[in-house]
Design a protein around this ligand. Sequence first.
Ligand SMILES: *Cc1c(COP(=O)(O)O)cnc(C)c1O
Length: 388
Amino acid sequence: MTLKTLPELVNQAIHNVIGNGPTKLHEPTFDGNEAKYVQDCIESTYVSSVGKYVDQFEIELAKYTGAKYAVSLVNGTLALHLALKLAGVKVGEEVLVQAFNFVAAANAITYCGATPHFVDIENENLGIDPIKLQNYLSEITKKTGEHTKNVVTGRRIKALVVMHTFGHPSKMDELVEVAKKYNLILIEDAAESIGSYYDQKHTGTIGLMGTMSFNGNKTITTGGGGAILTNNSELAKQAKHLSTTAKIPHKWAFKHDEIGYNYRMPNINAALGCAQLEQLTNKLEKKKKLFDKYKTELSKIKGISIIEEPKNCKSNYWLQSITLDSPSLSMRDNILDNLNAAGYMSRPGWDLLNSLNPFIESPSMSLESSKLLFESLINIPSSPNLVK
Ligand SMILES: *Cc1c(COP(=O)(O)O)cnc(C)c1O
């Protein structure tokens, strides 16, 4: 008998859970009222930026997350841009953000003329490491009045964007504390974490604002879409105003009181979203079931681990992930080659943002944990329709 290699064992385990490929990494499913609501938009002619589904989607989203207000927008990247703008992030300032991250937040920071400043993550929740952040800020900053200044670059550090990686909530209590101590505005990038809770609080409702994405690969989709969540009525009002070209409501006049944006979610997308929200609980149950099955099979294999829900949290298990117990790019890539060849669409984690061309010059702390996670993590097929 020949012993199976690690990549062969991983393929076998995944086959035991989901059967034969080909399988996407995460695909949308439409098994509710999606076609009905979209058809209703077409018949009513309200397919664009005004309509009942936009209002309904915002009400339902606020109700589901427990946020006082939800403002629906064209996508998650521009939701981040608007949130940073509303937080007062300006040209020449810095915003702290994790390096092991999708590129959206770093891009949005630059849309404000600000500079992303990259920070490391910890291994339990895969979010920003609060202890490391605290120590780092105590070394490189000086407080002048209400402002926290980076003494190395001379720039003000204005905000902290916390992202909940693959749907696992970050260590919010500790991060809120650090943000308070250094007078940083805390924004949550909850693009991946609808249905995820930190200590009973829905992700995206803990910071001053939270942003969401409803892109096609997320847990629920509106085609393209995003939202800002907040408990602050003034910010919600401003978000709506700025995202609708800053037009002053009037029966017929075109008056705009500042430079606005056309970031509002169209009604036809919101119609899809209303139907998807009705299916959310069902999708989350299936994703948890898929995790349980993967865990049973994958935990038999020596040398790898499956990423689990962090302590005191509920995860939506947006993307299921395995990690190598000994990080190794060559072994990671072997496993990736093997999985993808068998039709199991699998992907590595993101290249660290500080390594990307547009951000090479951006300030950064040492990123040991981010580097190790990049060398060890693989996302495996995670669609809810992979289980009954
Ligand atoms: C998907 C995603 C976004 C936003 O993406 P859009 O495609 O612009 O909606 C932002 N941040 C993270 C971490 C994401 O995964």
